[in-house]
Design a protein around this ligand. Structure first.
Ligand code: TRH
Length: 384
């Protein structure tokens, strides 16, 4: 199977994050030949340091990575894919579509959609639509949290690997050493905070500083780290120690290490579409700051997620999670909600593991995609 995957980096790292995970998995676990076309190699390099942002055509982890420039470089007959995958609402260039439509060998065309837990997703997953002028047929492939959607990106080895790590202090110590946080194991609670703007976060940090337990709080570089450095000028060095709290700015780590980081922390704040899924696989309590959308569409998405996630949770546990999510989403002071959340932490930990088990009982997105493509390729397609 030869697949061209197009990825436009809108902002941040979610677009390339998702495409990069999926590409590697399709190559490693399904032996596909993958060409990833991406329009921003600098963002890509942040999550995968092996990428050389000066090269327009390169091979990393078995994936061919090509710069999506305008116009695209000339393409040969050997470049023709069996499958075209447009990721996350981007569309491959019109000239490329004409080139595909003109070829003798007609590829299958799919759109990998954004993630949502909303109920309508299952009804739209796998539906076709016709290209307005080229009469090419395109199928919509929706990720999701139930068996009648495309599922979630989950590499085969991931959950077992992270579970072993989460229960092995020696492996955790080695990980912290490797990423330069040599004193991490001495803190009683480790929290990663990957988030967008949170102007009121200092209240919570000050609460942690006076807590009975020692806390290591890790904030990846980016918007929140900059806000914190403005609020606490001493954090310019990347570290601020105050009472029971040690606050650190963490340089971006390669994507596979980010997964390990989540498994080594006790609680993870995540954001966007890719890190929330990673938090599920880490099996630790997580708080999601969903990516903001126009007309507050993200709020419905968040509620749909919480409804699914909180099914079966005890009312007090569900309320504690809801309250913290709400305060965090509204960028408010979370100190009060945090206290309640902490009282429920043990139950939240158990619930997070149950949720993880429920999800790992489903087929992963790459396997669903492979099956979908194989089924479609057996059925003759109407291209013109
Ligand atoms: O960066 P994001 O905010 O991306 C967002 C969302 O995906 C959103 O849905 C999308 O519409 C928008 O981009 C355009 O958050 P997300 O999705 O969690 O992606 C972050 C990626 O960065 C993820 O693949 C993990 C990776 N990462 C690392 O590899 N190393 C790191 O150190 C960190 C902190 C993250």
């Amino acid at each position: 199977m030869r697949c061209d995957l197009f990825c436009a980096v809108v902002d941040n790292f979610g677009d390339i994050g998702i495409c990069w995970r999926l590409s590697r998995q399709l190559v490693a676990e399904h032996q596909w030949q993958l060409c990833l076309w991406v329009d921003d190699l600098v963002s890509f390099q942040k999550i995968c340091p092996d990428v050389d942002s000066r090269l327009t055509d390169q091979q990393v982890a078995g994936v061919r990575i090509r710069l999506w420039s305008s116009p695209l470089p000339p393409l040969s007959e050997q470049d023709r894919p069996d499958l075209l995958l447009d990721a996350l609402a981007c569309v491959a260039p019109e000239s490329y579509l004409h080139w595909l439509a003109a070829g003798e060998k007609k590829p299958l065309w799919l759109n990998l959609e954004y993630l949502s837990a909303e109920d309508w997703v299952a009804g739209c997953h796998g539906l076709p639509s016709l290209h307005p002028t080229l009469a090419l047929k395109k199928y919509f492939f929706f990720p999701g949290f139930s068996g009648n959607t495309g599922g979630l990106i989950r590499e085969q080895h991931k959950v077992p690997q992270l579970s072993v790590l989460a229960s092995d202090p020696q492996q955790q110590g080695e990980f912290w050493h490797r990423i330069g946080l040599t004193d991490a194991m001495q803190y009683q609670r480790k929290i990663s905070v990957f988030a967008y703007s949170q102007p009121e976060i200092h209240h919570w940090l000050e609460q942690l500083a006076t807590s009975e337990q020692s806390h290591l709080v890790l904030v990846p570089e980016g918007v929140l780290a900059r806000e914190l450095q403005q609020h606490y000028p001493k954090l310019a060095t990347g570290r601020l120690d105050s009472g029971a709290l040690s606050l650190r700015i963490l340089p971006f780590v390669p994507q596979p290490d980010y997964d390990l980081l989540l498994a080594c922390c006790d609680i993870n704040f995540v954001r966007g579409e890719d890190s929330i899924i990673r938090a599920h696989w880490a099996g630790k309590p997580f708080i999601w700051q969903i990516y903001r959308q126009q007309d507050n569409a993200h709020q419905e998405k968040l509620q749909a997620f919480l409804q699914k996630f909180l099914e079966g949770a005890a009312p007090a546990t569900a309320q504690a999670i809801q309250a913290l999510y709400q305060a965090w989403e509204l960028e408010q002071d979370i100190s009060a909600a945090w206290q309640v959340y902490m009282q429920q932490l043990e139950q939240i930990q158990l619930h997070s593991l149950k949720w993880q088990q429920f999800l790992t009982g489903q087929q992963d997105l790459a396997s669903n995609l492979v099956r979908f493509v194989e089924n479609q390729l057996i059925i003759p397609r109407n291209f013109s």
